[in-house]
Design a protein. Structure first.
Length: 193
């Protein structure tokens, strides 16, 4: 009986240590995914979609768009792919909501390419890659800080070289998104999407 109890405690300790180690490793990946920071050297940047409330970008999406707007102003040579389809509770596609936001703030339409069919990060990148000229295999990814590691991992699997432009995460969802993203990273490592 004592050996069984000791074995159970040992297994419990191993599981806890493994879980803590995995949590820390995934956190490091999430931090490392934010580098190198974009410097305008790539001709194209992709803004990954997020929730739209009716036709209005959610706070998460607005933060991504504010990063894109600032980047557009400082790098007038860069074109933007605005990637995101329409969810069942959204009045327009995320890509279209992003276009409206940026155009209303002075970004020229000819700098914007729309991808409005995707429903996941994998599809964002896969469908957006089809909009790139054939000789382009590198781009900047603009998305929430927590999301960059997975997005870049998927881009790499699609043969795209990337740099990063991290957008801040709304305080109200930081904990939730960091837990969710760690689980999503595990899924991406296992199945590649």
């Amino acid at each position: 009986m004592k050996k069984t109890k000791r074995l159970g405690i040992t297994i419990g300790i191993v599981v806890v240590l493994f879980s803590i180690g995995t949590w820390l490793l995934l956190g490091k990946w999430m931090t490392d995914g934010q580098k190198p920071v974009a410097n305008g050297s790539y001709e194209y940047a992709i803004v990954l979609g997020a929730k739209v409330n009716g036709e209005t970008p959610s706070l998460t999406l607005r933060y991504r768009l504010e990063e894109a707007l600032s980047y557009a102003e400082s790098h007038p040579n860069v074109k933007f792919i605005l990637s995101g389809g329409q969810g069942p509770d959204e009045d327009i596609a995320e890509g279209e909501a992003m276009r409206k936001f940026l155009v209303e703030r002075g970004v020229a339409e000819e700098r914007l390419l729309l991808e409005t069919e995707s429903t996941s990060t994998y599809e964002n990148l896969l469908y957006s890659k089809e909009l790139l000229p054939e000789d382009v295999d590198a781009l900047t990814i603009i998305t929430s800080d927590f999301h960059l590691a997975r997005a870049r991992m998927i881009a790499d699997s699609l043969g795209l070289e990337t740099d990063a432009l991290p957008a801040r995460t709304p305080e109200s969802v930081v904990a939730q998104q960091h837990i969710r993203e760690r689980l999503a990273l595990i899924k991406t490592v296992i199945i590649g999407k």
